[in-house]
Design a protein around this ligand. Structure first.
Ligand code: KIV
Length: 304
C-alpha cells in the first residue's frame, strides 16, 4: 500500500470540490450564503448534488417525511443509518451531516461518541448534528474531542418539542432569547463547526449571528443567518403533513406524483399501457421453434 495520502483530484477544472469545514467558515467570513437541504435517499441526494447545495443533512425529519412516524422521536439509529448510507451513495460534493436521533446521545458521552462514530463509519457521514443546549453541550464537546465534527441546533428543537410547549417559535421573550443565546455560545465553545437556529424571531437571530464565529444556518430564523436549510419534502411539496410558515414551497411534486401514478393506473385499466413500444420482439422463426417446443413438452392444459 502506498504511503502517499490520496488527494481528491477533480475530473475537470469545472468539477466542484467537496465542501470542507474551512470552506464553510470562509463562506461566513466572506458573507456568501450557505445552502443546506435535507435528503433521505439516493435520488434526493443526487438532486442535492446536481443542484449544487453546500451541505446535505440527513435530518431526523425523515422520520416523518419518509418513514411516516408522527414525530421525529420514534426513529432509531439503525433507521437513520440506512437513510444516511443511501444519501452518501448519491452525493459526493456537499458536506454530509447525519442527525443523531432522540435517545441515541443524551445518556452519556460514551453513548454519544459511539452513535456518532456509527454515522461516520457505517454511513459515511462527514459530521453529525445534535439538538439543544444543556447536557447536549457536553455531548457535543465529547464527540468533537473524539475527532468528529458536530453541528448544533437551538431554538425549536423538535426532539424535545413537548417540553418546549409544542412546535412553536422560541426566544420570543428577552429571557428565552437569552437562553437561546447562551446555548448557542456554549455549543460554539464546545467546538461545534456550525449551528442551526430553528424558529426564532429574525431580530433575535440578527443580533446573535455576528456574535458567533461559526456559521449559523437558519430555518424560520429570518434572512440574517449565514445560510438557510429547508426540508426537501417541504421545499418540493412532496410531504402532505403540516407545513410550518418558514417552509416555502418551490414545487408541487406530490401532486405530479399522484397524477403520474393515477394516469398509469388508468392506462393499465384501459389496456392502453403497455404499448408495442414498451415490449421486446423475437424473430418469427425463433417464435415458431419456441411454440413447437412448448407444444411438444408443455401442452396447454385442458380442463377434464
Ligand atoms: O431534521 C431536520 O430536518 C432538521 C432541520 C430542520 C434542521 O433538523
Amino acid at each position: 500500500m502506498s504511503a502517499t495520502p490520496r488527494i481528491p483530484i477533480p475530473n475537470s477544472l469545472e468539477a466542484p470540490l467537496p465542501m470542507t469545514l474551512p470552506r464553510l467558515g470562509e463562506k461566513k467570513r466572506l458573507g456568501e450564503p450557505i445552502v443546506m437541504v435535507t435528503a433521505y435517499d439516493y435520488p434526493s441526494a443526487q438532486v442535492a448534488e446536481e443542484a449544487g447545495v453546500d451541505v446535505v443533512l440527513v435530518g431526523d425529519s425523515g422520520a416523518m417525511t419518509v418513514l411516516g412516524y408522527p414525530s421525529t422521536v420514534p426513529v432509531s439509529t439503525d433507521e437513520m443509518l440506512m437513510l444516511a448510507a443511501a444519501v452518501r451513495r448519491g452525493c459526493k460534493t456537499p458536506l454530509l451531516v447525519g442527525d443523531l436521533p432522540f435517545g441515541s446521545y443524551e445518556a452519556s458521552d460514551e453513548q454519544a461518541i459511539a452513535t456518532a462514530q456509527r454515522f461516520i463509519k457505517e454511513a459515511g457521514c462527514d459530521a453529525v448534528k445534535l439538538e439543544r443546549g444543556g447536557t447536549s453541550v457536553q455531548r457535543a464537546r465529547a464527540i468533537v474531542d473524539a475527532g468528529i465534527p458536530v453541528m448544533g441546533h437551538v431554538g425549536l428543537t423538535p426532539q424535545t418539542a413537548t417540553a418546549l410547549g409544542g412546535y412553536r417559535a422560541q426566544g420570543r421573550t428577552a429571557e428565552r432569547a437569552l437562553s437561546v443565546a447562551r446555548d448557542a455560545v456554549a455549543l460554539e465553545e464546545a467546538g461545534c463547526f456550525s449551528i442551526v437556529f430553528e424558529a426564532i424571531p429574525a431580530a433575535v437571530a440578527d443580533l446573535l449571528v455576528p456574535r458567533l464565529e461559526i456559521p449559523v444556518i437558519g430555518i424560520g430564523a429570518g434572512a440574517g443567518a449565514d445560510g438557510q436549510v429547508l426540508v426537501f419534502h417541504d421545499l418540493l411539496g412532496i410531504y402532505d403533513g403540516h407545513a410550518p410558515r418558514f417552509a416555502k414551497r418551490y414545487g408541487e411534486v406530490r401532486a405530479q406524483m399522484v397524477a403520474g401514478v393515477a394516469q398509469y393506473a388508468s392506462e393499465v385499466r384501459g389496456s392502453s399501457f403497455p404499448g408495442p413500444e414498451h415490449a421486446y420482439s423475437i424473430d418469427e422463426e425463433e417464435l415458431d421453434r419456441f411454440r413447437a417446443g412448448l407444444d411438444a413438452n408443455l401442452p396447454v392444459q385442458t380442463e377434464a
